[in-house]
Design a protein around this ligand. Structure first.
Ligand code: ADP
Ligand code: MG
Length: 454
């Protein structure tokens, strides 16, 4: 019987007596590397597993070895070559599972049913940097002057930059008083409005909202193009504003850049204070990571945090995701990863499928962003509202999925490849000097890469 066969038999037995997660943790990437007359040497991936096998599993392992090879009296364990494969595939799958489990547990329990507020989002846990200084200061001011100073407060910025965190922090810090508060994503408010129109209870809904001291409406860009919803939001807004009740709003872009938003709402949204949040710089990223690690009681070296902060720059949500991977790794393996392991974990994290994209995903993201449909993009229209989105779509199909010019032309209503080349060059050139276009492209790319996230 070969070493391989012998070990396979032992593993088979172990697998039967352990949970899948346990088995994977302790026995993945182990093997018999040597077999003398009466002892075998088993290679394991790290010191922690070596200790664990020696102390907890040695008897069992020896027993099951002896069933097939009676001469064996002793088992030795050595640390073998670190296996990159383990980190890249198996471990990242285990980690994903663990994170999923954890998130599912925490998210439901911590949310207050009447206000939709989650206590974990506080001002104390929010790191202030130059990217969010104004938004933070304005949010804090609002909690102290409810309805009197900045009304409405409108925060905008890309995905994962802390808007929801700030909005929730406002709600949480006001909560200590006796105020009536509601935090609601615009998408849910829209659903509630549609529902109550159908049930003929819209007056109840309006009267409920009009009794609030603080209405926090998240991701308000969602109501673009929804006329009936905008009507109701307008009327609720006026009612609250007229009584000096506070309204706080967020969006992925400033009011003037939200397409198909009625002028009267736009001017209301612009009537108070507008503040943006942008991507954090390196120091802020590092501070956020230390804060999150402390929150999770994880002790990680400066080197590791700095490594993450250097390599993940896009947004805070991603930063946190990467940190979660590293923490999960250190819990599973009971050691802090070294830089090499950290690199493997992050590479695996950054190449997870949600970052990949496809032509339909791009067309959808572009269409959604400009509040038209993917079919509109392919229409033979020369209207400004269609032409620009179409050119942007062509540009992104080229940049993000590397389609050929003829392929792009074909996807967008059978256009000539020279038209596509022209569009791509135009957008590329304008991106370099037109800040608002640049900003739009950032937001659309975020949508493209975050869509499976939602
Ligand atoms: P957005 O609403 O802008 O998409 P979120 O508020 O949901 O972003 O933020 C994503 C994650 O990043 C949250 O877990 C949030 O706590 C965290 N986060 C963002 N900015 C900060 C910050 N400045 N300090 C601490 N945590 C932050
Ligand atoms: Mg948000």
């Amino acid at each position: 019987m070969s070493n391989e066969e012998l070990w396979k038999a032992v593993l088979g037995e172990m697998e039967l007596s352990l949970s899948k997660a346990n088995f994977t943790t302790w026995f993945k990437n182990t093997s018999i590397v040597a077999r003398e007359s009466n002892f075998v040497t088993i290679s394991v991936p790290n010191g922690f597993i070596k200790e664990w096998l020696e102390n907890k599993f040695n008897r069992k392992i020896l027993q099951s070895l002896r069933v097939l090879a009676t001469e064996i009296r002793e088992v030795k364990y050595i640390i073998g070559q670190p296996k990159v494969i383990l980190v890249k595939q198996d471990l990242s799958r285990i980690i994903e599972k663990e994170i999923e489990d954890k998130n599912n547990v925490s998210s439901d329990l911590d949310i207050d049913k009447s206000t939709n507020l989650n206590k974990k989002y506080s001002f104390e846990s929010f790191i202030v940097g130059s990217n969010n200084e104004l938004a933070h200061a304005a949010s804090l001011a609002v909690t102290k002057t409810l309805g009197k100073l900045y009304n409405p407060l409108f925060l905008y910025g890309g995905v994962g930059l802390g808007k929801t965190h700030l909005l929730q922090a406002i709600g949480n810090s006001v909560l200590s008083g006796s105020k009536k508060i509601l935090y609601i994503p615009a998408e849910r408010m829209t659903a509630a409005i549609v529902e109550s129109i159908r049930n003929k209870t819209i007056e109840d809904l309006k009267s409920y909202y009009s009794k609030l001291d603080l209405l926090i409406l998240d991701d308000v860009q969602f109501i673009a193009g929804k006329e009936k919803t905008q009507d109701i939001v307008f009327s609720i807004f006026n009612e609250l504003h007229g009584k000096n009740k506070q309204v706080v709003l967020s969006s992925d872009r400033p009011p003037k850049a939200i397409p198909a938003l009625e002028e009267r709402l736009r001017s209301r949204f612009e009537g108070g204070m507008i503040a943006d949040v942008s991507s954090p710089d390196y120091e802020t990223r590092l501070a956020i990571l230390s804060q999150k690690a402390a929150e999770k009681n994880a002790i990680l070296s400066f080197d590791i945090l700095s490594y993450i902060a250097t390599h993940i720059q896009k947004n805070v949500r991603e930063l946190e995701g990467a940190l979660n991977r590293i923490i999960a790794f250190s819990q599973i393996c009971n050691k802090v990863p070294d830089i090499k392991e950290a690199r493997n974990i992050l590479t695996a994290y950054l190449s997870t499928p949600y970052r990949k994209t496809s032509p339909p995903a791009i067309l959808k993201a572009v269409a959604d962003f400009y509040n038209i449909t993917p079919a509109d993009l392919a229409r033979r229209s020369r209207k400004k509202e269609i032409v620009k989105p179409r050119q942007v779509a062509m540009f992104l199909l080229r940049e993000e999925v590397k389609l050929s010019f003829p392929e792009i032309g074909q996807k967008l209503g059978g256009r000539d490849h020279s038209t596509v080349i022209h569009a791509c060059e135009k957008i590329k050139k304008e991106e370099s000097f037109d800040d608002s276009l640049k900003n739009e492209l950032v937001l659309i790319r975020e949508r493209v890469y975050n869509s499976s996230d939602k």
